[in-house]
Design a protein around this ligand. Structure first.
Ligand code: DAH
Length: 343
């Protein structure tokens, strides 16, 4: 019987002397001593051969064995785990390919807007901004469209419930009024931005689009200036050779016109785009109505001016030969990616 006690004491000394140097050695240690077929387990099974009066001593010895082995195992396990985490953090492979960093691209509407802006800034126009939540005065009344004017029906919009008289601007024309109220001629500005209308082109589109406004006010500005400025724009923007100014009506200009560019009917595409006429409508324009100048505190006897406004989406469709305006708002990356190279 002394044997089994001796054997257990020996194992205890052995455990104390063991020094597993890494995780694999520690695992062997665990299997050897603490495993289900390990040494401690088999020593415990000897209990039934221990005489009753010594069972208590033997039990205590077994507990010590188990505790020693477990304590050693747990302490070393922690050491090896934190070592391996440190090693992983240090093992940076400098030859590995970098994280991909996908580049975005500009939206075709933004590209088109930038192009329009660039052409007019070349002619000395400067860019100004106006609020998208506008008051009735700037959006309509100052622009010669009083409360009961039928032209208001064509530009129904969204009104701010909590702020009577405030609305989402229906066009960029109110920026004209804001500029003229604040400074005297010479004025030569363009105003690109978002506008809103209470109408839907289709169930999938929404009532927001973009325009660029232009305004030139000075002494002696004539219709010839308007025509030459817009011809230059049509040439630079579309490579058009000819423009046509058709009489039209806008409350804030007199006379008013719509500008078409000449595409011809040589190709099937141009024939289709122009409905067989060769002419494609691009923008609205005219000589600033003297009443608008007066509304904004500018002497209409001394100064005259011209103005124009165009929808940007329409120009983008023309420029990139996009067949359906809804593509511009769907945010499908397969579509948008095609403009990655455009500025
Ligand atoms: N504001 C007009 C619209 O939204 C466009 C326009 C036409 C602007 C003629 C102008 C202009 O400045 O002279 O339909």
């Amino acid at each position: 019987m002394a044997d089994i006690f001796e054997k257990a004491e020996q194992v205890l000394a052995e455990i104390a002397a063991q020094t597993p140097a890494n995780a694999a050695e520690l695992e062997s240690f665990r299997i050897q001593y603490l495993g289900t077929k390990g040494l401690i387990k088999s020593l415990m099974e000897e209990m039934r051969n221990v005489p009753n009066e010594r069972k208590r001593d033997y039990g205590q010895l077994m507990n010590r064995l188990k505790q020693e082995a477990e304590a050693k195992h747990d302490a070393l396990k922690e050491v090896f785990e934190s070592q391996s985490q440190g090693a992983a953090a240090q093992a940076i492979d400098l030859t590995a390919p970098g994280e991909p960093f996908p580049l975005g691209s500009r939206h075709p509407v933004a590209v088109t807007m930038n192009r329009i802006v660039e052409i007019f800034t070349r002619m000395g126009f400067s860019v100004v901004d106006g609020p998208e939540i506008e008051d009735d005065w700037h959006n309509f009344t100052a622009m010669n469209t009083p409360e009961d004017h039928p032209a208001r029906d064509m530009q129904d919009t969204f009104y701010v419930v909590d702020a009577p008289g405030m609305l989402l601007r229906t066009h960029t024309s109110p920026v004209q009024a804001r500029v003229m109220e604040n400074r005297q001629p010479p004025i030569r500005i363009i105003a690109p931005g978002r506008v809103y209308r209470n109408e839907t082109i289709s169930t999938r589109s929404h009532a927001q689009f973009h325009q660029v406004e232009g305004l030139y006010v000075d002494e002696g500005v004539s219709f010839a200036d308007l025509k030459q400025t817009l011809l230059y724009f049509a040439q630079e923007m579309f490579g058009a050779t000819k423009i046509r100014l058709r009489p039209s009506f806008f409350p804030f200009t007199e006379p008013s016109a719509e500008m078409d560019i000449w595409l011809g009917t040589d190709t099937e595409k141009n024939a289709r785009l122009t409905k067989g006429t060769g002419w494609l409508e691009i923008l609205g324009c005219g000589m600033v109505d003297p009443q608008v100048l007066e509304n904004c505190g500018i002497d209409s006897k001394k100064y005259s001016g011209f103005a124009f406004g165009m929808g940007i989406e329409r120009q983008a469709l023309r420029l990139y030969e996009i067949g359906d305006i809804r593509l511009l708002f769907e945010n499908d990356v397969r579509f948008l990616r095609q403009f990655a190279a455009a500025m």
